[in-house]
Ligand binder design. Sequence first.
Ligand code: GDD
Ligand code: MG
Length: 352
Amino acid sequence: MQKLTAVILVGGPGTRLQPLTDDRPKSVLPVLNKPFMEHFIAYLRQYGIEDIILTLSYLPDVIREYLGDGSRYGVHLTYCLEEEPLGTAGAVKNAEAYLGNTFFVLNGDVFTDMDLGDMLAFHRENKAKATISLTWVDDPSAFGVVETDSEKRVKQFIEKPPLAEATTNWINAGTYILEPEVLEYIPANTHYMFERGLFPHLLGTGAPVYGYPYRGYWLDMGTPEKYFSLNVDLLLSKVTGPLVSISGQNGIYYSQDAVIHPAAVMAAPVMIDGGSRIGQGVRIKGPVVIGRDCRLEDGASIENAVLWDNVTIGAGARLNQCIVSNNVTIGSNREVVNCVVTPSQTVPLLRQ
Ligand code: GDD
Ligand code: MG
């Protein structure tokens, strides 16, 4: 397989997903107990993409500490830092020194099982300068709306138009394949976006820009609600990924050093990480993810929940439809429903 390069966009203002991102960018939020970027890197590696450039601006050291030089994942990671966010295209321009051949650019907050090999073949067949992956959504107004002709050539790209002005439900899915020449059109050291700058500009010059439609699973992890859905969808096998293995023990998967009381009751799908202790009479009804070193005290009951690390759920407490971040203690007999709970805040998870 040919060695390929990808640039992942993980900086900018959109890296926060409050209240979960006070101490980490969204790209390393745990998804089934592994940082999101680990899933992302494993996905790229499936297609022979082993040279990966991460463009960072928000809390860059947290990402670097998690991922290191990439050798643990069988890839080579390069970090390109922005003092101030340079915008999606500006961030790629900042990485120009590493980009000699056709390369991928990916929004770093999307989970999909789209076939990148097929997308590359499509890009080459069409001799495109840029190929934009597309996905179909009910409400395109929060996305880049991409109109194509019958040959899949892009006619128009409009970023976040009012709903009435969206001419199609096909939107920019946030994965691009680009020829290095297009970098010439991106100003250096300037804030510049693909969505509002480069793509409209290329279309204006008549350059061959194509849209690659994909109808499978696609999710932009842009809100706590979407982040929650991603964990649930993976647990329910609505989508899978190279790092996802939840088939063990009838959908109940726990680390060997988790301690589960024999009188705890569990309904799949449930995933429990190492060091966690599940007490007597605890009821867990999946989909549920429990991180490292959590404690569910006797008689607690949780359903439809994502717990990060070192969370304590007091005896008799009841949790439903919640994300609980690191180091939170929920008091005994409390009832918490539809909430994102962090050490400093509790906010609603799903808008009713
Ligand atoms: N390095 C860097 N620098 N990365 C950035 C910057 C920046 O200045 N600005 C944004 N990013 C990264 C974000 O971290 C994210 O991973 C990705 O670029 C997209 O930014 P979001 O803030 O999540 O944008 P969006 O979701 O509102 O819209 C984008 O994604 C949609 C698909 O999910 C656009 O590309 C839309 O056109 C698209 O439909
Ligand atoms: Mg996004």
